[in-house]
Design a protein around this ligand. Structure first.
Ligand code: FAD
Length: 312
């Protein structure tokens, strides 16, 4: 195992975290639960020299209601989402998606902010250094070729967060703080679609809160395709939300470098919405299940979700 970090810092405020980030740029990383970052580090896919631990920043562990939004601190553990009464009543699919991630022990350490930002994955990237060396590395780790496609231009590592599709389908916003200031933006706007650099956040950006609108009543159906009920990352995640206004938002994860989003209304032809969704997904042979099976399952998951949501 290779651990190369030279420094570990534990600020007690966002401001202090940003100061440390400025002092240690560019080779620092923020760490929350560490359940994604440290695995990547041990596999040689992450080479920061300084870890800035956000766990000392207590303000990022709270639930508050402000201006018709539930503000969930980015440092809230996946396992703790189910303890919040408002989430239980209004956003049960968020609890379901958090519960679908990893294993009970990991969910007690892993945070919601870290889950949104967990690194894209691919069968040919998430391997040991020795394994990747033996195949000549891939585009995501300084190689010349995407091993999944044989192409040299694009990396198709999959966006695999289980909670983000649900949050996006619920129109979640995130509060982001970096050296330039504070901004609140739609969660979906941070994903680039580039498997090598999947997000467009500044290196010193801290997600402080995830904001869920509480006025707009909605229901959501979440589904995840994976070999086992625990530990396995997704091969396909879907989240379909129906709002009181009859608006539909379909979000798909696990089949493209970014979450795929299709919007419509209940009066739209479901087959047309599904067709649009499938067309947008750039699926390649790089996960547990085959490309053709995952493609077919998008149709099955969305078709079932659209039926279930009308009768919920
Ligand atoms: C065996 C195993 C199975 C897993 N299965 C799943 C699964 O099924 N589904 C799934 O979604 N995930 C899974 N994971 C991945 C991971 O556990 C989760 O995504 C977890 O929620 C990551 O949260 P964390 O707090 O541990 O993040 P960390 O590992 O601490 O950080 C992840 C990334 O986010 C950044 N970061 C974290 N918090 C912030 C913040 N507030 N602001 C800015 N940057 C931040 C870090 O710098 C890092 O780049 C699995 C992991 C393991 C080891």
């Amino acid at each position: 195992m290779k651990t190369i970090e030279k420094q570990y810092l534990k600020p007690i405020s966002v401001r202090e975290a940003l100061t440390y980030a400025e002092l240690h740029q560019p080779r620092f990383r923020f760490i929350a639960g560490g359940t994604d970052l440290l695995v990547n580090k041990f596999q040689g896919n992450e080479d920061s020299l300084c870890l800035i631990d956000l766990n000392g920043v207590d303000e990022l562990k709270s639930f508050t209601i402000n201006h018709d939004y539930l503000h969930i601190g980015a440092l809230v553990k996946l396992d703790d989402l189910r303890k919040n009464q408002l989430i239980q009543n209004q956003f049960p699919a968020l609890i379901e998606s958090a519960h679908a991630a990893a294993s009970p022990m990991i969910r007690k350490t892993a945070t919601l902010g870290g889950n949104i930002l967990c690194e894209n994955r691919c069968t040919f990237y998430n391997q040991s250094e020795w394994w990747r060396d033996s195949v000549g590395y891939c585009l995501k780790c300084d190689g010349d070729v995407c091993i999944a496609t044989g192409g040299t231009k694009a990396c198709f590592s999959n966006f695999v967060s289980d909670t983000a599709p649900v949050l996006i389908s619920l129109d979640a916003l995130i509060e982001v703080i970096d050296s330039k200031g504070v901004k609140t933006i739609p969660l979906e706007s941070i994903f680039t679609g580039d498997g090598i650099h999947p997000r467009n956040l500044a290196p010193d950006a801290i997600i402080s809160f995830i904001l869920l609108p509480i006025k707009d009543k909605s229901k959501t159906i979440f589904k995840k395709l994976r070999p086992r009920e625990a530990v396995d990352f997704t091969s396909l995640t879907t989240s379909v939300t129906l709002f009181e206004s009859n608006r539909l938002k379909l979000v798909i994860g696990g089949v493209d470098p970014r979450p795929i989003i299709v919007e419509g209304t209940v009066t739209d032809d479901p087959a047309e919405l599904i067709k649009q969704a499938v067309k947008k997904c750039r699926i390649v042979e790089n996960a547990y299940y085959s490309r053709s099976y995952r493609k077919e399952m998008i149709r099955v998951f969305l078709e079932n979700s659209l039926k279930e949501i009308q009768h919920q």
